[in-house]
Design a protein around this ligand. Structure first.
Ligand code: TYM
Length: 327
C-alpha cells in the first residue's frame, strides 16, 4: 500500500478548482492507499487571519472533506496544529533549505511583491509543506498544478537530507496531478487561476454556492466571439477552461465534448455545464449541512490527530537520531 498525504488551507470559498484539481483525487485514492488528509491551519497564519474566522474555517474544510466522500474510517483526517511534529520537522528542514531556493518560489514572489515587510512565514511556507509531506513517509501527493514547485522543493530537500544523513531518512514523494482539472482558471479571466481570494465572486464557483449563483457565474464566464466549442488554450482560453471543468465533472473527454457540441453555440454548452455543475455539487452541499455541526466531525478530527501523531512521532525519533539532536 502506498502512503498518500495532502492538505488544504482553511480559508473560505473552497472552489471547484480545489475540488477538481485536488479534493476529487483524495476520494479516488482512499480505497487502495493509506491516505492522510490534513487541514493546514499553520500554513494559513502565514498571512493575517482573524482567529474566530480561522477556527470556523478549519471545521468548514473538515466538513467539506467528509461531504465530498472522504471516509474518516478509511483515511486519517486531522488538523495540522494538532500534531506538533509538523512545526518541529519544519524547523529541522529550514536548516536544510537555502534562502535562495525559497526566494525563487513563485507563490512567495507573487505574495511578497518584492516587499521585505512580509512575514518570514511566507518565505518558509514551502518548507513547512515539505515537513507535512516528509513527516508521514509519503509516496504520493495529490495536488493541483500550482503546487508543482513546492513538491519539487520537497523532493530536493528529501534527497539532500538523505545524501547527508542516510538514504532512508526520508521517502522521496511524487506529486499526482489530474489530466483535466489540474489548473482551473478564473471564469472572468481565464489567464489567471481560479482563486479563493479574488475579489470578483463570479471568478469562481465555490462548492457551497447556490444553483442561481452557479448559473450566473457560468453564463457570464468569459469566452470569445467565434462561437465554436473547441479546446485551444492559446486562442480560446475561456472555452478551453469550461471544457476542462465539464470534462473533469463528467469524465467525458474533451474530444467527446467537442463532438457533442459541434454546431451548437456557447449558450447550449454553458446551459448544460450549469446543469452538470449544479448536479455534481448538490449532494456535497446536502452532506455538508448534515455534518458541519455534528459531534461526529469533532470526533473524527480527534481520532485522526491521534493516528497521525503516532506516525509523526516515529519519524521525528528517526530524524532526531540522524541529525544528532537530543541526548
Ligand atoms: P490550497 O489550500 O491553496 O489549495 C488546495 C488544493 O487545491 C489545488 N488548487 C487548484 N487546483 C486546480 N485549479 C485551481 N485553480 C486550484 N487552486 C488550488 C491546490 O493545488 C491544492 O492541491 N500549499 C497548499 C496546502 C498544503 C499542502 C501541504 C498540500 C500545505 N501542506 C502538503 C499538499 C501537501 C495550498 O496552499 O493549497
Amino acid at each position: 500500500m502506498k502512503r498518500v498525504f495532502s492538505g488544504v488551507q482553511p480559508t473560505g470559498n473552497i472552489h471547484i478548482g480545489n475540488y477538481l484539481g485536488a479534493l476529487k483525487q483524495f476520494v479516488e485514492l482512499q480505497d487502495e492507499n493509506e491516505c492522510i488528509y490534513c487541514i493546514v491551519d499553520e500554513h494559513a497564519i502565514t498571512v493575517p487571519q482573524d482567529p474566530k474566522e480561522l477556527k470556523k474555517h478549519i471545521l468548514d474544510v473538515a466538513a467539506l472533506y467528509m461531504a465530498i466522500g472522504i471516509d474518516p474510517k478509511k483515511s486519517i483526517v486531522f488538523v495540522q496544529s494538532s500534531v506538533s511534529g509538523h512545526a518541529e520537522l519544519g524547523w529541522v528542514l529550514n536548516c536544510a533549505a537555502n534562502t535562495g531556493e525559497l526566494f525563487r518560489m513563485t507563490p512567495f514572489k507573487a505574495k511578497s511583491q518584492g516587499k521585505q515587510s512580509v512575514g518570514a512565514g511566507l518565505l518558509t511556507y514551502p518548507v513547512l509543506m515539505a515537513a507535512d509531506i516528509l513527516l508521514y513517509d509519503t509516496d504520493i501527493v495529490p495536488v493541483g498544478n500550482d503546487q508543482k514547485q513546492h513538491i519539487e522543493l520537497t523532493r530536493d530537500l528529501a534527497i539532500r537530507v538523505n545524501a547527508k544523513y542516510g538514504k532512508d531518512t526520508f521517502v522521496v514523494p511524487d506529486g499526482r496531478f489530474m489530466k483535466s482539472g489540474a489548473r482551473i482558471m478564473a471564469l472572468d479571466d481565464p489567464t489567471s487561476k481560479m482563486s479563493k481570494s479574488a475579489p470578483n465572486d463570479h471568478s469562481r464557483i465555490s462548492l457551497l454556492d447556490e444553483p442561481s449563483k452557479i448559473k450566473k457565474s457560468i453564463m457570464r464566464a468569459t469566452t470569445d466571439s467565434d462561437g465554436i466549442v473547441k479546446f485551444d488554450i492559446e486562442n480560446k482560453p475561456g472555452v478551453s477552461n469550461l471544457l476542462s471543468i465539464y470534462s473533469a465533472f463528467t469524465g467525458k473527454t474533451v474530444e467527446e465534448l467537442e463532438a457533442e457540441y459541434d454546431g451548437h453555440g456557447y449558450g447550449d454548452f454553458k446551459k448544460d455545464l450549469v446543469e452538470v455543475t449544479v448536479n455534481a455539487l448538490a449532494p456535497i452541499k446536502e452532506r455538508y449541512n448534515e455534518i458541519r455541526e455534528s459531534q461526529e466531525l469533532i470526533d473524527a478530527l480527534k481520532d485522526g490527530a491521534e493516528r497521525a501523531d503516532a506516525i509523526a512521532r516515529k519519524t521525528m525519533e528517526r530524524v532526531r537520531d540522524r541529525f544528532g539532536l537530543g541526548l
